[in-house]
Design a protein around this ligand. Structure first.
Ligand code: G3I
Length: 450
């Protein structure tokens, strides 16, 4: 099957080369997409992708227009690719790789050895069998995609949170000891010598005990010739875990060890100009480090984010570019903004838009309070509409700072006094729900503005 795909890839090489030339010509004219602007800085700009969304026209169109690299969000993980021992399934991952190749995009491989999304059979093996299974899994994945992946997350999240700098407990750590990471990298190098081999982790973005522990490991690997080419910094940020002030410094110290660094799973919860400013910090930090070779955001649209209620991505649920998108494009030296008539949601283009973000603000046995924050896009708005769909059992007992109409379990909410918002400004409405036995969250529908 891969043989057929490789042949078809070779057959499309001319098309891909032609597409690259077109992209280069386009970027010389005006780098008005994330991928072309990043290319102008010698970097890739990628996104995590779910195979199940590729059939959605707006999703695929945004992906194809904006990004130059993709990371399968779940489809290359162990539970998806080797759910039972020795039986490999590549259908969903192949779908993403095929799509990327048809568009001339690169692919990051995520991830080979990780304690999570690990089928239970792996955890039940004894040490010797586990070592064989780990190496077989690496060989199976990397062999299938040999020559088609620019960077692989060989080992993911092997260190503990907190101040100890210790390794995280996992079947690999507990049964094989510290040496499992080194062994995984050596196996990976032999399996696909062309792929960059990365160690990937979170909460290692600034200088701290965890990043110090990873730093010590990478330094040791480099000194002993263990094959490692890059370190991935996931960069999942929110108000409790903000962009660290020493982010650039931390990336630089790793780069100084002789490895590339990559921003691998970037998302930043928030909205409006504050979120945009944080994205700018991240892009500027990467551009300031020569060996920071690219950035990947962890999804395209807020509606499919693993943290969707925090609206952490560059496109809202309607695929409208958010202020954060404009900030990233500008930081990359792109010239699509402001006022490019081709960019919906940009300041000056006359397209009004808004986003709606849900949070639970209070919770008790029989009920909870919810709040929906409405944020205007790049143009001022004079009104907005959002929908709140409640789980079947739940009922709303009161709602404030908004005017609801009810149809079954769907509330359509319009402004009471708070319809007029400046570009990027926010307002919110709140409501009290009686649970009637269901603690599930409501679904907040996309915002429309006028
Ligand atoms: O596909 C099934 C669906 O059939 C089922 O109905 C549903 C019920 O829960 O689950 C669906 O699978 C979910 C999958 O995402 C696809 O949406 C899993 O439950 C859910 O656990 C899984 O979450 C993924 C998470 O990794 C698992 O650890 C997220 O999508 C993915 O964004 C996230 O990504 C990780 C990186 O790999 C490593 N770094 C942290 C990052 C964020 O957690």
């Amino acid at each position: 099957m891969r043989m057929i795909r490789r042949l078809s890839r070779a057959a499309t090489a001319g098309l891909v080369a032609a597409a690259a030339l077109t992209a280069a010509a386009h970027s010389a004219e005006a780098a008005d997409t994330l991928g072309s602007a990043a290319a102008g800085q010698g970097r890739y700009f990628g996104t995590a992708v779910a195979a199940s969304h590729l059939g959605e026209a707006d999703y695929a169109a945004t992906l194809d227009r904006e990004f130059s690299s993709v990371t399968p969000e779940n489809e290359m993980k162990w539970d998806a690719t080797e759910p039972s021992r020795g039986t490999f399934t590549f259908t969903s991952a192949d779908r993403i790789v095929d799509h990327a190749q048809s568009q001339g995009m690169d692919v990051r491989g995520h991830t080979l050895v990780w304690h999570s999304q690990l089928p239970s059979w792996v955890g039940s093996l004894g040490a010797s069998d586990l070592r064989t299974a780990m190496n077989n899994h690496i060989n199976g994945l990397m062999g299938h995609y040999k020559g088609e992946i620019h960077s692989w997350d060989v080992v993911n999240e092997a260190f503990q949170d907190g101040g100890s700098g210790a390794r995280r407990s996992s079947p690999f750590q507990d049964k094989l000891g510290d040496g499992f990471i080194e062994e995984a990298f050596r196996t990976a190098r032999a399996a696909d010598p062309a792929a960059k081999l990365c160690y990937n982790d979170y909460n290692t973005d600034g200088v701290n005990a965890k990043s110090n522990a990873v730093y010590t490991m990478v330094k040791d690997f480099k000194s002993r010739g263990v094959p490692i080419d890059c370190v991935g910094f996931q960069s999942h940020f929110n108000p409790n875990s903000p962009v660290p002030s020493d982010y650039r410094q931390n990336l630089q110290r790793f780069a100084d060890l002789g490895v590339d660094v990559q921003i691998t799973e970037l998302d930043i919860e928030g909205s409006g100009s504050a979120q945009a400013a944080n994205y700018t910090k991240v892009v500027e930090a990467c551009l300031a480090v020569d060996r920071c070779t690219g950035l990947t955001v962890w999804g395209i649209t807020d509606k499919y984010s693993w943290r969707s209620s925090g609206t952490p991505l560059l496109f809202d649920g309607n695929y409208t570019e958010k202020p954060a998108y404009d900030a990233v494009l500008a930081a990359l030296g792109g010239s699509g903004d402001p006022g490019d008539p081709g960019d919906p949601g940009d300041p000056g283009d006359g397209t009004v838009s808004c986003t709606a973000t849900y949070t639970r603000t209070a919770d008790w046995n029989s009920g909870y309070n919810g709040q929906v924050t409405i944020t205007a896009g790049g143009e001022p708005i004079s009104s907005w509409t959002a929908t709140v769909t409640l789980p079947a059992q739940q009922t709303v007992s009161s709602l404030w700072n908004g005017t609801p109409t009810r149809s079954g379990n769907v509330l359509t909410v319009r402004p009471s006094w708070n319809g007029t918002l400046a570009a990027g400004a926010s307002t919110s409405f709140g409501f009290t729900v009686t649970k009637n036995g269901s603690d599930a969250a409501p679904t907040v529908g996309g915002c429309t503005a006028s």
